[in-house]
Design a protein around this ligand. Structure first.
Ligand SMILES: Cc1cc2nc3c(=O)[nH]c(=O)nc-3n(C[C@H](O)[C@H](O)[C@H](O)COP(=O)(O)O)c2cc1C
Length: 195
């Protein structure tokens, strides 16, 4: 399966980076083809600017960096996203990647007939780390909302129904054994994909 892994963490020593290595290693070991987008090093501007909006409105070609990302998304059968929860949401670079790449006419169609997702048939993994413990989120009734901007507002909106998520809570306080168990779950997720 063609897998595009979109990774949004600035620190190569982070736990998120360990998740990236574990997921991509396990996918490749299963025979999947993997491409990685590291959004902190990729030649991609994550800010949607007036020029993008004007080009889209006038039906002009999109900027080269956006077209390159759209080609990768079109190629992928699995889209995997790895990121830390920052202010209850995605890091800005990932939000900006969606803003620019998931355009009207590419990822969805929005016209007088309504909204139609255009990425049907793809699968998605959403792997997120959080500083808070699961009980902290449950206490404020927020647990099920953590991923909504990505899983519902973006991926399912664009027609991707098979969305699987893993949330790792309390990462800054987790000891080595707990981190190893988290990475086991990442490997098991990769193994759950049929070749
Ligand atoms: C700017 C920023 C915002 C954060 N916002 C949240 C938050 O809203 N909820 C939360 O549980 N943790 C939050 N955290 C903690 C991170 O999610 C946590 O440190 C990270 O997931 C741990 O993974 P890492 O070691 O790979 O960075 C935030 C951290 C930073 C730097």
């Amino acid at each position: 399966m063609n897998c595009l892994v979109v990774y949004a963490h600035p620190n190569p020593e982070s736990f998120n980076h360990a998740i990236l290595e574990t997921l991509t290693g396990a996918l490749r070991a299963q025979g999947h083809e993997v491409r990685i987008r590291d959004l902190y090093t990729a030649p991609f501007d994550p800010v949607l600017r007036a020029a993008d909006l004007r080009a889209a409105a006038a039906g002009r070609p999109l900027p080269e960096d956006v077209r390159r990302e759209q080609e990768a998304v079109a190629w992928a059968e699995l889209l995997a996203f790895i990121y830390p929860l920052w202010w209850f949401d995605r890091p800005a670079v990932l939000k900006g990647w969606f803003d620019r790449v998931f355009t009207n006419g590419f990822a969805f169609r929005f016209d007088e007939r309504g909204i139609q997702g255009l990425l049907q048939g793809k699968r998605a993994f959403v792997l997120v780390t959080a500083g808070g413990r699961e009980a902290d989120f449950e206490a404020i009734g927020a647990r099920e909302h953590l991923l909504h901007p990505t899983t519902e507002g973006t991926l399912r909106f664009c027609g991707i129904e098979a969305v699987t998520d893993l949330v790792f809570y309390g990462v800054p306080l987790a000891d080595d054994a707990e981190r190893a168990a988290m990475l086991e779950r990442v490997e098991a997720l990769a193994r759950s994909l049929s070749p």
